[in-house]
Design a protein around this ligand. Sequence first.
Ligand code: SF4
Length: 355
Amino acid sequence: MTESWPLALLDWYRAHARCLPWRNPPGQTLPADPDWPYRVWLSEIMLQQTTVEAATPYFQHFTRRWPSVVALAAADDAQVMQAWAGLGYYARARNLLACARAVVAEHGGRFPGSEAALRALPGIGDYTAAAVAAFGFGQDAVVIDGNVERVTSRMFAISQPLPAARPAIRAALAPNVPPGQAGDFAQGIMDLARRVCTPRSPRCLACPIAAACAARAAGNPEDFPVKAAKKPRPLRHGTAWWIEAGGQVLTMVRPARGLLGGMRALPSCDWAGPDAEPPIVGSWQALGVVRHGFTHFELELAVARLALPAPLPLDLPGAAWLAMDDLAGLPTVFQKAARLGLARQPGQTGAKEAA
Ligand code: SF4
């Protein structure tokens, strides 16, 4: 290799960059659009815990419906939560609104450009602050996500296990960020991580920076990054209540604080155990159990069905009867539960997925 590895990486990125709706093409000046950082921020929040493929239609829908951070800040909470349904990790949606409103209240409707000011906003951590600074403002930030960690730990054969290795990864990478090109550099590593330096069977023979890679030279790239042993997530149990009447299903709005807070859902217990009391006395029928993974625990949710002759009048705040073909806005765990209820309907095989 006659040029340094960061320059080789930038050359490769110019030829192979993925075209994404929130990404500036390589080597080009950032768009003058004042809402460009908003698009970058929105995409980064959506991409936390979500693939590009899953996040893209949500990004397009959000930017059509709320084309600026000012428009998003003025949006109705319930509409934003509903538009987010299906992306999971709903605390992100609540933070999304809190952050948009803080940008309007504290920064006049324009995202600040410094990492420190970005990090002070709701829902923005070290990675997102660096990403918005680099991709949204062209700052020389060091952007490190899981993909960048993998490539860097291989390039420098960092043997300390994650997450303790993070300072060493940053210290190894930071001096290599080319001034004025931090955004392209980080996105180049991310694309390389996805296409070439994959978690298993990295394609070192096709890698543009192989000549500088310590793990490749040692012949053991798959041994990096070294990971600390994971603790198993605890298993929790609960019950969701499918109460139907005349082609409609009873739904509630979950309490604003807590898991899936503010989301419309099937009535459910507190997930503290499998034997919760049903909310209505009646002839309940067990429909089965669905399993769903949350960040800190796995949930086994039993689903029980009660068919009423007619919808009950509702006086609880947030309670509503929804048509059975209108359940796409439920969070994923409740869509899984709803499929069991819908499977009992004549001519139905499953819930319509959220877009
Ligand atoms: S040489 Fe192999 S291990 Fe090293 S960065 Fe390239 S693909 Fe990854």
